[in-house]
Structure formats: structure tokens, C-alpha cells
Write a protein that binds this ligand. Structure first.
Ligand code: DGJ
Length: 721
């Protein structure tokens, strides 16, 4: 079939909306149906480009297809010829809600530069969907949808509301993350083929296998090269992320990137006047590889009003030091030793509350166990504060052991789990119930106030599974909002309190929970070999100051591997550092190195927690090179890491990325935490003659680096002279 009749532009060229900020542009125009469509998301455009962009925004009419060109609007649905996953799936009185068209834009026209809201109504005017887009100074786009029932009667049943963004044909590969307990944020890569790359979590939390960040980009995109479009969902409950590729494309685009909350059957029913708000889809673009995406995400996250502003205190967590073996004298000695070695925050982990002698009982009973702590936690807290340290305490507020007073008194508060579905001997409390939320707030508030707690480690050690209440209703959505309510209220009552989000390590590291917390526990694995890749993956989205990173004992408790102090310490340095180790048993040699390391952390944390994350591509298999460079590029700290052996015998010039070619740097090896073990006869000559002074241009060509044995890291510091 062919036609000689020209097809008129189906993208309306009057009053487009051009958001432009931080080197990124997003351009919207109306399609032939009267719905806004994204005609561009990517590099910054000038206003002079827009007319041409719109004039070229209508694709060909295909054979054996609709008679008008395809459109992909922000409310894409079957009613307007979209054959892919719809943006909105909802019904009212059995009628499908679809055919959304624009009714309002705010702000209209020229005032629109960084934020816009499009209000659309469906063909029957039963629902109003307000799509909000905010492009921040870092070039990160924040997209949400609010779906309101505007019908006079009948509820709306919502199955899904998604934020969908267009991808050009050159976005040909997808990279996202998967993992398991103690091995989170493992990168996986696939070609984008016809069909849907769908990553879902029905775990009631993002999970250890969370897709975390979905990156789509040009073939072979890597840390320092490639054009990339990336997205993350800021939500702590069930969720889905997708990359969808249809043969007919999406308007002049090829595929779709997006996602939203994964709404369980029957979970969201809107009565007239009610509104469902999606979590924020946080997305960005860069033509400077994954490091470019990371730089935008980090800048955006650091600009949040609630982002930690103070130096991140070096902490000691008692978990791998004493586990449940709590005793005032032992812990006081541990805190005293920690203070002597430079620790600034002492965190008492699991085991302090009623009945909690192991992990079979006690969750839910947030009262200090007077068989272990006859005078409460105050004496320990007092001693810790007297030492000049902050005092932190572990809670797992959403959980309950059947063997607890709470479960015995309020069996109706448990989300009705099958006894065969106990996980770590525990179940989940229904945070959709006001009385549960109120009770948990009251208990946490009381303990925090009495024990003068400065820091809460908020744990979450199981998936939610069925999560039905007594009426058989699925509660993950309402439960997640309940969790946010408790966190918000605790923070309101204790404005200086800091909170860590832990979920058996890194099972809940999303920007929804981080809007209410101050760091994540990146992984339960303190083995530095595993930690290198876990932290590297997590850092794709989160800046190092938000990543809990601890030096554990010599023999890793989760992998059984031995690791030198210097490797453990160099690994933990690139996060919000801490120790998780019985320091009273550390040798005097280890203690001296710990003191040197805590001093090094204090010296470098200003740079480490504000600079730009840099990861080299051009390294030998089995080796990693990563660093943090200040924004003015006058300082940088890098780790040259070997996690495995390879067939390469030499480490010839390794390019040091991210520095300024025109600046001259002094290069120092920081080995006060112990020397990295070498697999060579002698170091490259420059290492033997004191500090090297060299230009960034030479460093971009590369430094010959020592050949390290696996399980070693060399710290290199670059300072402009
Ligand atoms: C799981 C956490 O990830 C650990 O760090 C520790 O807090 C335990 N829970 C305590 O039960």
C-alpha cells in the first residue's frame, strides 16, 4: 500500500511547552487527539530549535496500520491507538477509563521553564489525571501523576498509573540491577528487542533484586562514554519498571521507559473526590556515560532540603561485634575503645528489647528488656554521650514475632500471613491501621526520648508476600504510606534525629524512603571484595555520604573470606564509614591502623561527600579504579583495587579519569592504613621517589600502577599545586 496524499502534521505546533534546566530539555506538544506528547527528552535545545522539532515530530503512516500517524501521549492508551502498555488502567462501573485529552496547563506558555502540570480528562469525564513534570537544576526530571475521581457517583478501581517517557532508536541497550541478600546491586545488561523488559517487585519493598536504576543507552554505553536515558522510582513498596519496544515505535521515538507502583488487585479504589498519587519517577539524560547520569542524580539528591548537611560521623555498630550478647560492661568498654580510636557515633543493634535473646522473639515489644538492662538504656547512653559520641539504636518497627506480647495482645494487627510464610520467625504489622501507626509512634518516641537516641537504624527483614488484612484486603500500598507516616511523625517530634534505612542490608534503598531517612545500610556483607561492586552499583544513584560502609572483622561473617585491614578500610572509606567489629579484641597493630584510618576519614570526608564520582572503564579485568574528584577538579582521591587475578602481568599506564588536563597535581599514596600487597618485584619507578608532581594531561594518559594481589587496594590522592 502506498499513498501520495501528504499527511498533515499530527503534532500541534502552537504553544509547545519547553522545560529546560541543567543541560537537559523536555518538550511537550499536543497530539492530534488533544493530548500532550513528549516530542523531546534529552540534550538541551534552544527555543529556536522548537519549531523545527515540531515540524519533524510526525512519523510516517505505516502499511497495514492506522490511517493517521501513531501518537504516544503522556496518557497513552488504547483509545488513541496506542498498542503498548497504557499509562492509566482504571475502570468505573465496569467502563474503561481512557481517551484522555488536555483540559488545563499550568503555568501556561512562556512562564513554563522548569515545571509544568497538564490536567487531562478521559472521554467520559469521570477522571482527571494531572501529570506534573519538574526539571531540576541538575537536569533531573521528576514526574508524577495524580488521578482524581471526578464522577458524581461510582468508585474508580485503579489497576495502574505509570509515568512513561519516550526513548529514541539509538537507545539500544538496557542496564539495570538485580541481586540477593549480601550481594545487592549487581549490574545486568541486555539488548532492547521487540517486547517488554519488565522488572517488578511484589515483595512489599524494592528488594535485594530491585531494578533500582534502569539505564537505556547507545550500544556499549559505559561509565565514561555513551548517551543514556535513566530512571528510578522513588517508592518503597511494590513496583514495576519497564522498557518497551514496539515495531511501530512511539511517535517519532522508538521505545518507552517508565514505571510506577505495582498496584495489587483491589488495592486502590477511589470514591468520588478521592485522588491517587503516583510515586515520583526520577529520570535523567546524559551524553557522558553512566558517570554523567550519576553526576546528575547525585547533584539532584544533594540539593534536597533534607539532605544531611553535617559531616557524616564515623560510627561503630555493635551487630558483628556482639550480636545479641548485650551487657552494659562489655558495651561500655567497647564504646570507650571506639571513642579512643576516633569513632563518633555508637549504635546499639538488635537485642536490647523485651524477650529478644535471639531472633525468635520480641519484635513488636519496644520496651527495654530489664533482665539485660535493669536500669534501662540510660546508663549506656549517658556513658556514650560522656565520651563525646552520639548514641544510636536499632528498631524494626514494621515487624512482629508471634512470640511477643504485642502479637498475643493484638493478633488482629498482623497482616494475616500463613504460618508457613514466617520469615526470620516474624510477620508484618498492618501499618494501614491508624491504631498500629499510633502505637508504633508512641513506643519509638518514648524509647528515643528516654535513651536520648540520636540515630535510629530502622530495619526491615522480610518480604511482605500476601499481606492481606482480616478482611482479605491486600495492604501493601496502604502499609507503605503508613510507614512513611510513622517516619514523618518521628522526624517531626525529633528534628535532629538521623535515621538509617536497612532492609536486611540494601533491600530498601529507594528515594521514597530516603526522603525520610539519612542513609541506607548498603548491604549486610562487609566483605570488601563483594562490597566494591555493591557500593559501585548503589552509587549509580546514591552519593557516598548516604551509603553505610563498615569495616568488619578480618574474617568476613557472611562470606568467610579473609581480608587485610587496609583493603577493608579503603573500601569503607568511600561511603558513610563505620566499624562493625569487636574492637576490644583487635590487636594493638590493628588499633593503630584503625586510629590512622579514622583520622584519614575525617581528613577526606569533606571531599568524599561532596565531590563527583568517577569510575574508570579502561582497567584490566579483575581490577577497578574509582574515585571522587572535587567540583573544581583541584583534588581527587582514588582507589586502585584488585578483586581478582587476571592474565595481564603488568598494569601499564592506567588513565586517571575526571581530573583537569591543564592542572598540575601532586600525587600521594595514602598507605597509613597499611600497604597494599603487591604481585611484583618492584613498584613503578615514580612511586619510589617521593611525591610525584605531574599534569592532569599526563594523568589522562595514565600512571603505571603497582600490580596488586587480589583483595588489595591502593589509595591515591591528587592535589593541585
Ligand atoms: C539485619 C541487618 O541488616 C543487620 O545489620 C542487623 O541489624 C540485623 N538485621 C539485626 O537483626
Amino acid at each position: 500500500m502506498s499513498s501520495s496524499n501528504p499527511v498533515p502534521n499530527t503534532v500541534v505546533q502552537e504553544s509547545p511547552t519547553h522545560l529546560r534546566n541543567g543541560g537537559v530539555s523536555v518538550v511537550f506538544a499536543l497530539d492530534a487527539f488533544g493530548a500532550p506528547t513528549i516530542v523531546h527528552w534529552g540534550s538541551a535545545l534552544s527555543d529556536a530549535d522548537i519549531a523545527g522539532l515540531l515540524a519533524t515530530a510526525t512519523p510516517a503512516v505505516m502499511n497495514s496500520s492506522l490511517d493517521t500517524p501513531r501518537s504516544f501521549s503522556i496518557a497513552a492508551g488504547l483509545a488513541h491507538g496506542w498498542s503498548g502498555t497504557p499509562a492509566i488502567e482504571a475502570t468505573i462501573a465496569d467502563a474503561v477509563i481512557d481517551g484522555f485529552t488536555l483540559v488545563r496547563v499550568e503555568p501556561a506558555g512562556e512562564q513554563t521553564r522548569t515545571q509544568v502540570q497538564f490536567a487531562l480528562q478521559d472521554a467520559r469525564a469521570t477522571a482527571e489525571a494531572t501529570f506534573t513534570y519538574r526539571l531540576d537544576d541538575a537536569g533531573v526530571l521528576h514526574s508524577t501523576v495524580a488521578l482524581e475521581n471526578i464522577a458524581a457517583e461510582h468508585p474508580i478501581d485503579v489497576a495502574a498509573v505509570r509515568s512513561l517517557l519516550p526513548l529514541p532508536a539509538r537507545a539500544a541497550e538496557v542496564v539495570d540491577f538485580t541481586g540477593r541478600w549480601t550481594n545487592e546491586k549487581v549490574q545486568q545488561r541486555a539488548e532492547i528487542l521487540d517486547g517488554t523488559w519488565l522488572r517488578s517487585s511484589r515483595r512489599g519493598r524494592p528488594g535485594h533484586d530491585s531494578s533500582f536504576v534502569t539505564l537505556t543507552g547507545t550500544v556499549g554505553f559505559r561509565f565514561r562514554a555513551g548517551e543514556i536515558w535513566a530512571a528510578h522510582l522513588a517508592w518503597s513498596g511494590d513496583q514495576e519498571m519497564r522498557v518497551e519496544h514496539l515495531p511501530e515505535g512511539a511517535g517519532v521515538h522508538r521505545s518507552v521507559l517508565g514505571g510506577g507502583e505495582l498496584v495489587g488487585v483491589g488495592e486502590i479504589r477511589l470514591q468520588p473526590g478521592d485522588t491517587y498519587r503516583t510515586p515520583e519517577l526520577v529520570s535523567t539524560w546524559s551524553d557522558e556515560g553512566i558517570d554523567g547520569i550519576t553526576a546528575r542524580f547525585h547533584a539532584s539528591i544533594r540539593s534536597r532540603p533534607g539532605h544531611p548537611q553535617t559531616s557524616r560521623p564515623l560510627l561503630l555498630n555493635t551487630w558483628e561485634a556482639v550480636y545479641f550478647d548485650h551487657d552494659l560492661d562489655t558495651l561500655t568498654t567497647l564504646a570507650t575503645t571506639a571513642a579512643e580510636l576516633g569513632v563518633e557515633r555508637f549504635v546499639l543493634d538488635d537485642g536490647w528489647f523485651r524477650g529478644r535473646r535471639d531472633d525468635h522473639a520480641g519484635l513488636g515489644d519496644w520496651f527495654v528488656d530489664d533482665t539485660v538492662w535493669p536500669d534501662g538504656l540510660e546508663p549506656l547512653s549517658q556513658r556514650v554521650h560522656d565520651l563525646g559520641l552520639e548514641f544510636g539504636l536499632w528498631f524494626e518497627p514494621e515487624m512482629v514475632n508471634p512470640d511477643s506480647d504485642l502479637a498475643r495482645q493484638h493478633p488482629e494487627w498482623l497482616l494475616g500471613e500463613n504460618p508457613l510464610l514466617a520469615s526470620r520467625h516474624q510477620f508484618v504489622l498492618d501499618f494501614a491501621r491508624d491504631e498500629v501507626v499510633d502505637h508504633v509512634i508512641e513506643r519509638l518516641d518514648d524509647v528515643i526520648a528516654r535513651a536520648r537516641v540520636d540515630f535510629v537504624k530502622w530495619d526491615h527483614n522480610r518480604d511482605l508476600h500476601a499481606s492481606l488484612d482480616a478482611q482479605g484486603r491486600r495492604r501493601v500500598h496502604a502499609h507503605t504510606l503508613g510507614v512513611y507516616r510513622v517516619l514523618d511523625e518521628i522526624r517531626r517530634r525529633h528534628p535532629r534525629l538521623e535515621i538509617e534505612s536497612c532492609a536486611s542490608g540494601g533491600g530498601r534503598t529507594d528515594l521514597g524512603i530516603l526522603a525520610r531517612t539519612d542513609r541506607v545500610w548498603t548491604s549486610d556483607c562487609n566483605d570488601p571484595i563483594e562490597r566494591q561492586s555493591i557500593q559501585r552499583g548503589t552509587q549509580t544513584l546514591l552519593p557516598p555520604e548516604l551509603l553505610g560502609a563498615h569495616v568488619g572483622p578480618t574474617v568476613s561473617h557472611t562470606t568467610g573470606r579473609n581480608a587485610s585491614f587496609s583493603f577493608r578500610a579503603a573500601t569503607a572509606l568511600f561511603g558513610h564509614a563505620g566499624l562493625e567489629w569487636d574492637l576490644t579484641k583487635a590487636s594493638s597493630d590493628d588499633r593503630a591502623k584503625i586510629a590512622a584510618w579514622t583520622a584519614l576519614y575525617r581528613e577526606l570526608r569533606g571531599l568524599l561527600h561532596s565531590g563527583v564520582t568517577v569510575r574508570a572503564d579502561e582497567v584490566d579485568e579483575g581490577a577497578l579504579l574509582h574515585g571522587i574528584v572535587s567540583h573544581d577538579r583541584r583534588e581527587g582521591v582514588f582507589a586502585w583495587v584488585r578483586i581478582d587475578t587476571s592474565t595481564t602481568a603488568q598494569s601499564p599506564r592506567v588513565p586517571i579519569p575526571g581530573l583537569d588536563p591543564a592542572t598540575t597535581y601532586r600525587v600521594r599514596v595514602r598507605d597509613e592504613i597499611g600497604a597494599a600487597h603487591r604481585h611484583q618485584v618492584a613498584d613503578p619507578a615514580w612511586l619510589g621517589v617521593g611525591d610525584l608532581v605531574v599534569t592532569g594531561a599526563v594523568l589522562a594518559q595514565g600512571l603505571p600502577l603497582p600490580v596488586l594481589n587480589p583483595g588489595n587496594a591502593l589509595l591515591l590522592q591528587f592535589t593541585a599545586v
